[in-house]
Design a protein around this ligand. Sequence first.
Ligand code: FES
Length: 106
Amino acid sequence: MTMLALAPLSAIPDNRPLRVEHDFLDFVLVRSGDDVYALEDRCSHGDIPLSEGELAGCLLECWLHGSVFDVRTGIPQTPPAASPVKTFPVTIDEVEGTPTVFVEIG
Ligand code: FES
């Protein structure tokens, strides 16, 4: 199991997605209350960062064609996207006293 530390928990704003670029994959982190979700930062319909979309609760809308994804599952709720966006299990652990978001990538 490989875990990546992506960002301090405090870096994720409420009601706005946070893009985190990594060597081989870019992530979008979403905070909803006490819960944090991590997805690949790429719409399944096109090569568009979902982090540039609008967030409403657990729903993230791609700005290009308007597909809405449930950040808990990555499943599109509206067309034209038909495939889910990859999601990653999230854990919060302290790093030098700072709550930090980790994702499990395999
Ligand atoms: S690129 Fe996201 S819905 Fe088309």
